[in-house]
Design a protein around this ligand. Structure first.
Ligand SMILES: [Zn+2]
Length: 331
């Protein structure tokens, strides 16, 4: 992940705005107390820089968004996708003038999303048949809206739509349509909620457990008569993947959360190989210190733990809170 660190931000503010260390620190402390508990010192510094009009990020960062990570309300966002279907262009009258709107579906390896175009030059790309199945599109400077429970990417006159841009390949497109994910507070969560998203601090981490999966298909493999069996592939070699339990706190409450495999690795900031080292208690205790206190966005669903009579959370997508996510959150 690209990051701009605390000290670097202070330097940028000093240089570009001529403020003193004390003035800058005062602004950051105020931001920290305004947003009590929600952000780190670094996060506060990012917001202060943003409010002062300092551009800490180049646009490459927002161009790297994967479809599953799109959030309603994101602006200046970019994605790459492969077109999976194209809808017709429709005309309508607004303010006595004929306008057009067109849309198509595109996907990457994480999901699919509808892309809606309103600007003449983008409409023209559609009318000329340049937007068609299997074409790669690169969208820049667009925004994300909700429509009937799904996320949509909308392009306006300032957005850029490139068709078959050089150097971008998308091999496999996910079938998952980018459902609208609702940001909720932990104290608002009920049983059986899906497509919800939390943002908060990981306050307690438990040692990961591991299970064995088929090294061919990644499905759970069962130990039978001393060898591992995959339903599809028979006797197979296996690899260990993690299950991770932790507690999230967003200021409104706490919730016990479980994450599997890639998501567990992302929380732990380790790859599948490295994570195996955490089977060692001492290694885990040491690594835990790097993780507790970090902030994450966790998308997923609730689940009722019958034994403990409590609602828990099952993560299906996690990411670390970055300053740009915070800025989107805070408008
Ligand atoms: Zn298998």
């Amino acid at each position: 992940m690209l990051r701009v660190g605390y000290d670097e931000i202070i330097e940028r503010i000093k240089k570009e705005k001529g403020l003193s260390d004390i003035e800058i620190k005062g602004k950051i402390d105020k931001k920290l107390s305004d947003l009590a508990g929600l952000i780190s010192k670094e996060g506060a510094a990012h917001i202060v820089a943003n409010e002062l009009g300092i551009k800490l990020f180049d646009k490459a960062m927002m161009e790297k968004v994967k479809i599953k990570d799109l959030l309603i309300g994101m602006r200046k966002v970019g994605i790459n996708g492969k077109v999976t279907s194209v809808f017709s262009v429709n005309s309508f009258i607004k303010d006595g003038k004929e306008r057009k709107v067109g849309s198509f579906m595109a996907g990457d390896e994480t999901g699919r999303v509808r892309i809606v175009v309103w600007d003449e030059k983008h409409i023209k790309e559609m009318e000329e048949g340049n937007i068609k199945e299997d074409v790669i599109v690169k969208v820049e400077n667009a925004y994300v809206k909700e429509n009937n429970g799904f996320k949509e990417i909308h392009l306006n006159g300032n957005s850029i739509l490139s068709v078959n841009p050089e150097g971008i390949k998308i091999e496999k497109v996910s079938d998952v349509k980018a459902a609208n994910i609702f940001r909720k507070k932990i104290n608002e969560l009920k049983e059986k909620e899906t497509n919800v998203s939390l943002i908060g601090t990981l306050v307690q981490l438990f040692q990961p457990r591991f299970f064995e999966v088929c090294s061919e298909c990644g499905k759970k493999a069962l130990l039978e008569n001393g060898s591992y069996n995959c339903e599809q592939h028979g006797i197979v070699s296996v690899k260990s993947v993690p299950v991770l339990n932790f507690v999230m706190d967003d200021g409104s409450g706490v919730i016990r959360t479980v994450a599997f495999r890639d998501n567990a690795c992302r929380i732990l900031k380790m790859d599948e190989e490295k994570v195996l080292e955490l089977k060692d208690n001492a290694k885990f205790e040491e690594h835990k210190l790097n993780i507790e206190g970090n902030q994450y966005v966790v998308d997923g669903r609730t689940s009722k733990n019958q034994m403990f009579e409590r609602v828990e959370f099952v993560a299906n997508n996690v990411k670390e809170v970055t300053p740009e996510i915070l800025m989107q959150e805070l408008g």
